[in-house]
Design a protein around this ligand. Structure first.
Ligand code: MLT
Length: 399
């Protein structure tokens, strides 16, 4: 018999549903040039330091003495050490190389990590939310509690009112593009410690934080090592959406309880899970990821992040001039835009595609509280982004 929990999911994964609609529109309008500000896929090529590292790694694969087969499931030490040093130790956070698990991008592990929790654990997600967290837990049949994120509270969720075992937080947030201040994140860490709960913290967009007082990692907060698992990705930081590489941080101090009430560390369980079900990220991708920690690599990826942030500023200014209410886009690559008169978001999506030939992501696809909003991505190529903005301007002013 099948796992009937799958039947409770919406028919298609959100971005697959959008891709299907756009494909149909393109087929029906073959002359039309459609610009996507929908899925958060990057457009700028990999930086020169990464390309050079890839070439070197390919050459190594061609020589008998330097060829590599299976690597360690948790990732090569060279990359784990570079991550621990550059992303944590040098920034004053206490994370060691053996607490880093290299993967093929944050989506897999944000979806997979719930396997360590019992089927009756109660999971909280924000509403709106990146659909992976909710869908993965629905597949496992867990009860999900929604934490509404509303404009009047800057889309910051309140602490759960009922008992919850795990909460997923994503900051800078996908989809609203908003960030958590240090005191807000501290409230969550304190709550988790007090209630014996875990935080699964998705920091995939950390590279887009511009304000120095916004935390880049949950481990900047005291007590987080005991309650938080952090997910990071090179996808948006360094343009790896096609290459694939990211990592998960599982501190040795994070524990959860058995039914008998004993504490069990998650680190050995995750290691056991990964070595059973995952054969490691490709050597090529890991060499490429290492290159972003060199001086030139670091500088080059920062230039690309700044390019996207400039897109975001441009988009924000233009949309605000059109009288739209816009959130996010200052410390994040996403803009969360209230539709005119809170028009239903799928209707707005359809009309914008038909009239302006520009793709957005309907807010309702991220949850009920996303209704009346759409998400736009700043990952476009500059001239396409400018062109899309002109089209939206023309469409909305003549509407
Ligand atoms: C998004 O558009 O939300 C992301 O690109 C999806 C992802 O990272 O999987």
């Amino acid at each position: 018999m099948i796992n009937e929990h799958f039947l409770n999911l919406s028919g298609n994964y959100l971005f697959a549903e959008i891709a299907k609609k756009v494909k149909t529109f393109r087929e029906q309008n073959p002359q039309t040039d459609v610009i996507s500000l929908g899925i958060g896929d990057v457009t700028q090529p990999l930086c020169p330091a990464v390309i050079e590292a890839l070439h070197r790694a390919v050459d190594e694969m061609s020589g008998g003495a330097t060829f590599r087969g299976y690597g360690p499931e948790q990732g090569y030490d060279f990359l784990r050490e570079a991550i621990a040093r550059n992303d944590y130790k040098d920034r004053g956070t206490d994370i060691s190389a053996d607490e880093i698990f290299v993967n093929d991008g944050a989506k897999s592990d944000t979806g997979n990590f719930q396997e360590l929790m019992s089927a009756d654990s109660v999971v909280a997600v924000t509403d709106p939310v990146y659909p992976v967290y909710a869908d993965a837990n629905m597949m496992a049949g867990r009860r999900i509690v929604k934490l509404p994120c509303l404009a009047e509270r800057q889309f910051v969720p309140d602490l759960p009112e009922e008992p919850v075992d795990v909460v997923y937080l994503c900051y800078p947030n996908n989809p609203t593009g908003t960030v958590l201040r240090r005191e807000d994140l501290k409230r969550w860490v304190d709550w988790a410690n007090e209630h014996g709960a875990l935080i699964f913290y998705d920091a995939a967009y950390e590279a887009f934080i511009t304000h120095p007082d916004i935390p880049r990692s949950i481990y900047e907060i005291d007590g987080a090592r005991k309650v938080a698992v952090e997910f990071r990705s090179f996808s948006k930081t360094a343009g790896f959406t096609g290459l694939r590489c990211g990592y998960t941080v599982v501190p040795r101090d994070v524990t959860a309880k058995t039914a008998a009430g004993d504490s069990v560390a998650l680190h050995p369980l995750w290691k056991r899970r990964q070595s059973t079900k995952f054969n490691g990220t490709s050597y090529l991708s890991q060499c490429a990821a290492l290159a972003i920690y060199t001086e030139e690599g670091h500088k080059q990826i920062k230039e690309t992040v700044d390019y996207y942030l400039k897109n975001a500023r441009l988009m924000r200014v233009t949309l605000e001039c059109l009288g739209l209410r816009v959130y996010g886009g200052t410390d994040a690559p996403y803009l969360w835009v209230e539709t005119p008169e809170r028009m239903p978001s799928w209707a707005f999506f359809e009309e914008m595609l038909r009239e302006a030939h520009v793709v957005c992501t309907p807010g309702a696809g991220f949850g009920d509280c996303g209704e009346g909003y759409v998400r736009l991505t700043a990952f476009g190529e500059r001239s396409a982004t400018v062109k899309a903005l002109h089209r939206v301007e023309e469409w909305l002013t003549n509407k």
